[in-house]
Design a protein. Sequence first.
Length: 497
Amino acid sequence: MELSKEFKEMNCNETRERINESFDVDFQLNLPQYLDDIDKLVKCCVKNVVADYDLSSSSIIIYGKSIITVMYKASDGSTLSNIFEEEFSKTFDITSCEYPDFAEVNVFTAYSNSRLVNQRRIDVHTALNAQINVFCKRCTHCLSTCENAFIKDTEKSVLNIKATGVSSVDFDEAFSLGKNDSQIKNIINIYIDCTVSDKKIIKDKMLVKLDCELSIVYCNENGNSDKIKYNFSTSKIIDIANCLETDYSIIDAKVCQLYVKPKVNNDNKLCDIEAVGRIAVNYKICSIEKESFSVDSYIPHYKTISQTDKLSIKSNPIYYFDSKSFELTFENDKSIVEIIDLNAQIVKTNIVSSTLNCAVLLRFFYLDETSQLCYFEKEEVYSLKLNDIEMNGEAGVSLLNYDFVINNTNKVNLRLSIDYTAFLYQEENIEYITDISADEKLDNSNTPQLTLYFAKQNESVWDIAKSFSTDSKLIIDENELTSDIIDTRRVLLVPGM
């Protein structure tokens, strides 16, 4: 039996492989010649960032940067510091996706430690966890209409990950201390905060604006420590194929290169500072779309053969965008007399069972009760329940501002304000009809024109019509039904065709 058919093209991006692996990286750091020897190591802080990746049919290679900040005491009692920039790469096999299109790549620092080998060398070990989602473009078709056939459609609201990637924004800033006549003897510590202040999607492009705050603690010519903060903004237009104004974006921005040095001003005084660096912008573009799937079909009075395929979808998405303020308490083993410089960063976000989890890393160096310079670093997690139904999700969090108070000499209460963007959804494998054919005609010569049928509760009119090789609309009209689902046990009149 020849059938006239129409098909609907279906194009989506499907998560085909998830990689969650840990790996270790080791570095040997040697002090530059212009720095004095290390007498006592105060801190060695490691920050790991994904800078780029290469994707092939069999593997993905991630390229990362490790920003390592060292602060130490020299033999003359002065406090010195240096920033080391190291590179790492790691290859992961792809086994379940023959033609990958793009990937979402995140690297998190599990822990790091350092060992002072001699007065000029520090060995650093860092353990990382890579979480990678590999996407494939799925180009297929779904049966839309077919002559003499009944087709059952189901409409789903679907979250589609349209694109992910890593871009970079360079900055080159110069500024003056702008107060008194003090000069910079040496830089003690550097922190930089980077916040996504604006983002706008137009067709095939996305504008990202970043607000940055650079905090520098330095020692002046009199041997006293001082601090300066400098704010600047930078932006980047990123080319992203097929993105639209109605799409949503999730963005994470982290500094992956930083070089700060003092400079002489016009009066030949060491009162200016130059900061050069690069910010890695990790982005994800999403859309919420209505998709119609043909999930069942039959041709009355014929043995019907349906061809099907399966698709993994993120269904029933719920979008969240809000601000939240909260407080975390960090406890130190030693008494805190004075905090010299403090920095808080959100280093990891995820959604588990409809709960948004934000890992907050607090770092500060301080004077203890013996006036010794000490360093503190600890991570705490803030959890926010978004929905009572357990769902998976995607999330992005931006830290707007923070402040702190010292409580009971050894506790720091950190107050934070964040913006968050989140999608909750249900992972679902849906089976849909790709084609249909009529094999042989059924012998319905003895089928009555009207049949009594004892329907069960929650039974579908569609299934009843299919079993009797008739039209579900005839059953609904004949029995004055208002739904496809039978709400209670009852007798139905089933008209034939």
